[in-house]
Ligand binder design. Structure first.
Ligand SMILES: NC(=O)c1ccc[n+]([C@@H]2O[C@H](COP(=O)([O-])OP(=O)(O)OC[C@H]3O[C@@H](n4cnc5c(N)ncnc54)[C@H](O)[C@@H]3O)[C@@H](O)[C@H]2O)c1
Length: 423
């Protein structure tokens, strides 16, 4: 089978200087079963309404969105010995609006705000940012948020506002405390990537999510992109054969663009480009292939900064598969390439889109009938409301930091192989 794959490479890919030109001639890949839509309704589960929540004494007096019911589902993950009585209830809300508080109103949060303010079943009810000017500009930009409460201290916001969920869009090393505080107060959490900056913190988050039964989404949007979903499903189906090799490259003008910002301050960033945009690349390699890393060898160049900028990371997986992950933070522009070699085919992604799927017949195919796409916010709300399965749970954040940490350790030892502590 290995020799078959090499022949495929020789016959179809290496011989083609510009694969784009060949797309017109590529045969359509036969229709492939879609993943369930992330908005597809889950099977009804046994529910028991135990109490109406605070502030909704009668149906007639309050708008429907204030009429809330807490539903308890017995779960082995919700032991009664928990310290936080509110959080041992695995909550689902029979409401038409999930109330969300934002922590961090900088760059990335604008996309989250635009999506949520256009949802009928979610509303942003409070904003927090340490920068008052940012908050003022935010309310002007997102006019639907003109009247929401604002805070400079996120703890005050969590204590004072009636929330169902929080979204965290702050510098990386702040995520851990904010995630844990949110979960402790019984709020579902969507956090921007990377989830946290150490494996120890990631383990603690995974544990607390299990204990509370709350939803924690890591905002890795590639999980919702049709190309990556197609690839994941194809590999999981067995039709691609065992994954043998992965090359993943990401290039960005990161070093120059982040000079003087928190991103180059290890106390706030927890790392450099590997932990920032590179975190998407590591996540997608692990999530799409399902491979479990065993050992990592890495060389990292910080290019005169205090954080990693260019990283060459080689990974050996438990299955015997190998990967080269290249993160170039000193590049001239954004570029992302992922190629996955399997026993029965090759998947070629350029800039997130699967250009070709090369199968055992040694022909180039264009993937057809790819699963639909959505986004982390939509799926987060649907998961809270019990309408869909959460797509990027805390375990994804754990896997990424385990590999990243091993890479940092290897680089600190001159590239010596370091075992990845996966458990
Ligand atoms: N998923 C993606 O593609 C993507 C893209 C960009 C950024 N991100 C992630 O989003 C997060 C934020 O990145 P960004 O680009 O928006 O950064 P940013 O610097 O533009 O915004 C961060 C905001 O957090 C605020 N802040 C800092 N400390 C705070 C605190 N203690 N309490 C409340 N607010 C505080 C800052 O004032 C700032 O407005 C990071 O985790 C980053 O990696 C993800």
């Amino acid at each position: 089978m290995r020799s078959g794959v090499q022949a495929v490479v020789g016959a179809n890919l290496c011989a083609v200087p510009r694969p784009y030109d060949r797309l017109r001639n590529a045969r359509a890949f036969p229709a492939y079963p879609s993943l369930p839509s992330t908005t597809q309704k889950m099977r009804p589960r046994q529910r028991r309404v135990i109490s109406r929540s605070r502030g909704a004494p009668s149906r007639g007096r309050f708008p429907r969105r204030r009429q809330r019911a807490i539903i308890v589902r017995e779960s082995p993950d919700c032991p009664h010995r928990l310290r936080h009585p509110r959080t041992h209830l695995q909550k689902e809300m029979l409401v038409d609006k999930v109330r969300i508080g934002f922590i961090g109103c900088g760059g990335v949060s604008n996309g989250h705000a635009s999506r949520i303010t256009n949802m009928a079943d979610a509303e942003i009810v409070a904003l927090c940012d340490t920068n008052a000017n940012t908050l003022t500009a935010y309310k002007q930009r997102h006019t639907k948020l003109a009247d929401v409460s604002t805070f400079s201290d996120w703890r005050k916001m969590l204590d004072k506002v009636k929330l169902d969920a929080i979204e965290i869009h702050t510098p990386h090393t702040l995520h851990y405390e904010q995630i844990m505080a949110g979960l402790d107060r019984g709020f579902h959490v969507l956090t921007e990537k990377p989830m946290v900056c150490t494996s120890a913190h990631a383990h603690a988050v995974v544990k607390r999510v299990k204990e509370t039964g709350l939803k924690l989404q890591v905002s890795y949007q590639r999980h919702f992109e049709r190309g990556f979903r197609f690839a994941k499903e194809l590999i999981a189906s067995g039709k691609f054969g065992k994954v043998q090799f992965v090359t993943a490259l990401q290039s960005q003008e990161w070093k120059r663009a982040t000079v003087g910002s928190w991103r180059q301050d290890p106390a706030l960033s927890g790392g450099g480009q590997l932990n920032d945009s590179g975190s998407h690349l590591i996540d997608i390699v692990l999530w799409v292939t399902g491979l479990v890393p065993a050992e990592v060898s890495a060389f990292i160049d910080s290019c005169g900064t205090k954080v990693d900028i260019n990283s060459a990371v080689s990974v050996k997986f438990e299955s015997g598969a190998q990967a080269n992950i290249s993160v170039v933070g000193d590049g001239l522009r954004w570029w992302e390439d992922v190629t996955i070699w399997g026993e029965k085919g090759i998947l070629v992604f350029r800039q997130g889109e699967p250009l070709v799927y090369c199968s055992e017949d040694r022909e180039l195919h264009m993937p057809q009938a790819m699963p639909g796409s959505t986004d982390p916010d939509r799926n987060f709300i649907d998961a809270i409301l019990g309408k869909a399965e959460l797509q990027v749970p805390a375990e994804c954040g754990l896997r990424v930091i385990q590999l990243t940490e091993a890479a940092w350790q290897s680089a600190a030892r001159g590239g010596a192989p370091v075992k990845v502590a996966v458990d």
